[in-house]
Structures are given as structure tokens and as C-alpha cells.
Ligand binder design. Sequence first.
Ligand code: SAM
Ligand code: SF4
Length: 325
Amino acid sequence: MLIDKFERKVDYLRISVTQRCNFRCQYCMPEKPFEWLPKEEILSYEEMFSFIKVSIDNGIKKIRLTGGEPLVRDDLDKLISMIYEYKNDIDLALTTNGYLLKNQIHKLKNAGLKRINISLDSLNKETMWYITKKDVLCAVMEGIEAALDAGLFVKLNTVVMKDINDFEIMELYEFAKSKGMQIRFIEYMENESANDTLKTLPSREVLEKIMKKHIIEEVPKNESSAAKLYKDESGYIFGIIEPYDDSFCKTCNRIRLSAEGDLIPCLYFEDSLNIKSSLQSNEKLLEVLKTVIKNKPEKNKWTHQTLIFDEPQEISSRAFYYTGG
Ligand code: SAM
Ligand code: SF4
């Protein structure tokens, strides 16, 4: 079992399989950040799997593949198969922008994928274009339909930004509800890579909008889930992710592996250890894993200061396309 110094059990590994992305979301990668890393610097699937096996053997129960955009990396189904064949009861999930999903969904499902989170920030073609800098809405919607048709368990992720998509909250809510998908509204988290004009909409205001139309109550969440869950009068459950609230961290159960092998204990901070030089031996990989977990910080530093007073504050230098969000 993997336990950190704040007594949190770590059983969730998120893997960013590539930093590359076919979108330029304003909150994540508004510009192409650099010349993409050469393939030799990226962990192969076999190398990732060596680490995954050690992680599973030591208590990891849930694995999420993310990125960048995971579906721009060739043959993602191969990595999924490797994990599934090693331990088929691992909770195996994917986070994707959905753009390339329609053509890959059957391969992914057949390989053993169980759950999928799709990012959808707007139902309006122009707004999606503005956020991602590409005409994407139609392909993303087809991806969502394909995932539902394939019988996968689908959630939607929506980053809420003031004056960009905050007026669409109810439309997105009703859309997700009509399709039986849980939607999670995520407070925009500031970071140095994002477009610095963006402003988050505090979760309290998201809830106020929903409460104008529905009677809602908080429901107990899975202890380690990042989202607070709410239920409306019809029983529909949706989530809110608020990194500005410390409870986001109190039950944090996750670590992150980047495409180039950095093992990262917290989404916010720069700290990490690279696993590449330890790939030859399971003992060394386990040592890196234990060291990173031992050094997992108590909490992130996103604070309500920015939200309330609009004052400049320390912001995270970690890019989401690197950590996988
Ligand atoms: N490309 C995939 C996607 O967009 O779903 C997976 C990677 S993306 C980095 C993972 C998640 O992080 C997405 O749901 C995205 O909306 C979220 N994200 C990225 N930047 C964010 C930010 N600054 N604040 C809050 N969420 C963010
Ligand atoms: Fe790409 Fe996902 Fe980042 Fe958008 S949020 S730029 S889709 S990695």
C-alpha cells in the first residue's frame, strides 16, 4: 500500500501519454509551447508499462490516461490492452477532448477501456472555436455519441470561464442530463501557460445558476474524488471541482506520470523525479515511487485571493498539458 506522510492512501495514477495536442485551449495550451519533444525523449508504452506494473503491484487501483491529447498518440489501445491483460479489474479510464474519438472508440473499448471523460466547454460552434482555436464542435459531439453508443460510462468536463461560457452552464447541464452523463464544472485554475486574461467563475456562482432552475442537495462523494457531487430533484447527479477549496487536497489519492517520465506528486508544484534511469529494475522504480509519494505536498496553493480581490498572486508554473490535468 502507498501512503503519504499526511496518511493519504495513494491508489490513483494519471499518465500523460503525450504533451502534444490538436487543440489550443485558452486555459491550457493557447499557443504551441515549444518544438515538440523528440520521440526518443518520450517513454515508450513498454517503458510506461514497466512502471505501471510496479505501481499496480504496490496498490494502484485506478489508472487514467490523459495528455496533452492522448488520442493523438498512435495505438493507445496497445497500452490499454497491456494494462487490462495484466490486471483486468483496474479502473481504467481516459480523458480526451473527443475530437478523434469516433474512429477509435471500438478499438479502445475492445482493449479494456471502461470509462471516459470528455471535455466539452460549450455547445456553441463559435465559442468552441474561440476556446480551442479550431472548428471542433461537430467532431467532439460525434465522439460523445460514439462513446455513449459503445456503452462506455461517460462524464463531461467543463471548465467555466467568466464571460466566455458561464452563460451556457444550464444548457450544458440539461444536455448532459438528457444523455445520462454526469457533468463536472471545473473552476478554471490559473497557470503560467494559460491565456492570462481568463477569469474563473467561482463554484458558488455555478451552483446559484443551477439553483435558479433546480432544487439541489449535496450528496456524499467517493472520499478521494476531486469533485463535490450534487443531486437535483429528479435524482440527476453532477459535480463541481473546486481547486480553490482545500478539501480538494485533503483526500487527494493521486500521482502523475508525464510522457517524458517525470513522476509528479502534485498538480500545482514543480517537484518531480524522473523514472527513466530506474527503468532497468523494479526495485529502483519502487524506490522512486515511494520517494515521490513521501514528498507529496499537503495542498496546492490556488487561493480564493484571486477570486475575491483580483490581486496578483503566485501562480502555478505547471502546464496542464504536461501534468495531464
Ligand atoms: N486533452 C484532454 C482533454 O482536454 O480532456 C486531456 C488533457 S486535459 C489537460 C485534462 C483536463 O484538464 C481537461 O478536462 C481540461 O479541461 C482540464 N484543464 C486544462 N487546463 C485547465 C485549467 N487551467 N483549469 C482547469 N482545468 C483545466
Ligand atoms: Fe489539449 Fe486538453 Fe489542453 Fe485542451 S485541455 S489544449 S484539449 S490538452
